[in-house]
Design a protein around this ligand. Structure first.
Ligand code: AN7
Length: 401
C-alpha cells in the first residue's frame, strides 16, 4: 500500500491519481505503509536489477523492462590515491540499457503510465531523459514526445531519441523553458509527464541506493557524491538509503554531496547561503550540457537531502570537469560523460578543501556513458595521427613524442 504525499503541507493523494505536485505547489513523495513491508537481507539475495527490489516499488503490473540496473560498483584505488583517499568506488550508471541512470526511472515511470491508462508519455530533457523515454516508450508501444533545448543536446542522446521513434521537438530556449512548456502540454493534452517532478520516476532511481548497499554487503558508504541538474537523482538516492535504514537493512545513511557546474549552480549557492529555497539562474551554461539547468524542479527535496544527511554541495569549473573525465578514463578505464565526471572533479576539490575526511568511504555516481557525447571528446582529445600505410611511418608515429 502506498500513497502520494506533499513534502510541504503533507496533503495526501491516492496512488491512482494523475498528479505531479500538490495544490500548494509542493513536491510529492511516494509513501508506503512500511509496516506492511516485511523485507530482510535474506529476501534480497540474487542478481541485481531494478525489479529485484519490487517490494519497494509502486507498481503492480508486469514491468516494461530492458533489464535496467545491475550496474557495476568499481573499486578505484588508483583514482583514490590520486585524490588522497583510501576507499573510493564508482557506481557506473552509464552501464544501463540506454547508457544513463534515467532507465531506472523510466522502467518504473513508463510501467506506471500504462497502469494509469495513459496513452502518450512526454518529457523535457537535456538529452538523457529523452533518450530513455524514447526507448521505454518504444518498448511499451506508446508514443513519446520530447522537448529539447535547441543546439544543446549531445549527439548520442539526440540519436537515441530519433532512432527509437520519439517525436523530437527542438525548443528555441533552454531546458527550464522546455520543462515549463511540457508541463503545460501534459496538463492540456493528458500526456503523462515523465520528468523527475513525477514522484513515480524517482522511485525507480532510488534503486541506485539499494544496489550500492547490496554491493557493499548491506552497508552504506560514508558519503555519496553525484552531479546535480534537475536535482531528482540526489533526492531519489537519499530516499532509497532512508528506506533501507527504516526497514533495518542498513545502519546509516551517507552524506549526500551534490556537484554542479560553476555556470549552473543554484543548489550550491542555496547551500552556501543557508537558504531554504534556490534562486533560479536565467542563463545556465556549462560544457556538461546534461546539467545545464538553472531552475531545478526538485531543489527543495535536494536541499533537504543534503542538509539532513550532513552532506554538502560544491561547484566545479568546466576545466575541472574535463580533467576529471580524462583522469577517470585513463587511470581506471571508466568512460563517462562530462556531467558524470563532475562528481570526480567535485570529490577532488572537496578533499583538497578539507571538507572530506581522508578515511571516509565514498561512492561517486557516474550517471552517463562516455559515448553519449562523442563530439565533445573529439574537441578535447588529441586528433588521430594520420600517416602513410608503411611500417616506417607507423614506427615513427608510435615512438615520436
Ligand atoms: C548524465 O536528461 O535532466 O539532478 O533531461 O543526464 O536528477 O537531474 C539529465 C540529468 C546528471 C542530473 N548526469 O540528474 C535530462 C536531465 C547526467 C544527466 C544529471 C543528468 P538530476
Amino acid at each position: 500500500m502506498y500513497h502520494l504525499e506533499c513534502i510541504e503541507c503533507h496533503n495526501k493523494y491516492q496512488a491512482s491519481e494523475v498528479v505531479y505536485t500538490c495544490t500548494c505547489g509542493g513536491l510529492l513523495d511516494v509513501i508506503y505503509d512500511y509496516s506492511d513491508i516485511q523485507i530482510t537481507k535474506k529476501d534480497l539475495i540474487g542478481p541485481l536489477s531494478v525489479w529485484k527490489y519490487r517490494a519497494l516499488l509502486p507498481v503492480e503490473r508486469e514491468p516494461i523492462s530492458l533489464h535496467e540496473g545491475g550496474t557495476p560498483l568499481y573499486r578505484v584505488d588508483r583514482l583514490a590515491k590520486s585524490v588522497g583517499l583510501k576507499d573510493v568506488y564508482i557506481k557506473h550508471e552509464g552501464m544501463n540499457p540506454t547508457g544513463s541512470f534515467k532507465d531506472r526511472g523510466m522502467t518504473v515511470g513508463v510501467t506506471k503510465a500504462l497502469e494509469l491508462g495513459m496513452k502518450t508519455v512526454a518529457c523535457a530533457s537535456t538529452g538523457n531523459t529523452s533518450a530513455s523515454l524514447a526507448v521505454y516508450g518504444a518498448r511499451a508501444g506508446i508514443p513519446a514526445v520530447v522537448l529539447l533545448p535547441s543546439g544543446k543536446v549531445a549527439l548520442g542522446k539526440l540519436a537515441q531519441a530519433l532512432m527509437h521513434g520519439a517525436r523530437v521537438l527542438s525548443i528555441r530556449g533552454n531546458f527550464d523553458d522546455a520543462l515549463k512548456l511540457v508541463r503545460d502540454l501534459c496538463d492540456r493534452e493528458g500526456f503523462y509527464l515523465l520528468n523527475s517532478v513525477n514522484p513515480y520516476r524517482l522511485e525507480g532511481q532510488k534503486t541506485i541506493a539499494f544496489e550500492i548497499a547490496d554491493q557493499l554487503g548491506w552497508q552504506a558508504p560514508d558519503r555519496l557524491v553525484l552531479p546535480v541538474g534537475n536535482a531528482g537523482n540526489i533526492t531519489a538516492i537519499y530516499k532509497g538509503f532512508r528506506e533501507l535504514k527504516r526497514l533495518g537493512i542498513i545502519d546509516s545513511v551517507p552524506k549526500m554531496t551534490g556537484i554542479q557546474a560553476e555556470g549552473a549552480c543554484p543548489v550550491v549557492r542555496a547551500i552556501r547561503n543557508n537558504a531554504a529555497m534556490i534562486t533560479p539562474e536565467g542563463k545556465p551554461e556549462t560544457v556538461a550540457t546534461a546539467i545545464r539547468i538553472g531552475n531545478p524542479v526538485n531543489a527543495r527535496k535536494a536541499l533537504i537531502a543534503i542538509i539532513e544527511s550532513g552532506g554538502t554541495a560544491e561547484t566545479v569549473s568546466d576545466e575541472e570537469i574535463i580533467r576529471a573525465q580524462h583522469e577517470l578514463a585513463s587511470l581506471e578505464g571508466i568512460g563517462v560523460e562530462p556531467a558524470s565526471a563532475s562528481s570526480i572533479g567535485g570529490l577532488r576539490k572537496l578533499v583538497d578543501m578539507g571538507a572530506i575526511e581522508k578515511d571516509e568511504s565514498v561512492v561517486c555516481v557516474t550517471t552517463g556513458h562516455l559515448l553519449k557525447d562523442s563530439e565533445h571528446v573529439l574537441a578535447v582529445c588529441p586528433k588521430p595521427i594520420e600517416i602513410d600505410a608503411t611500417i616506417e611511418a607507423v614506427r615513427r608515429a608510435v615512438f615520436s613524442c
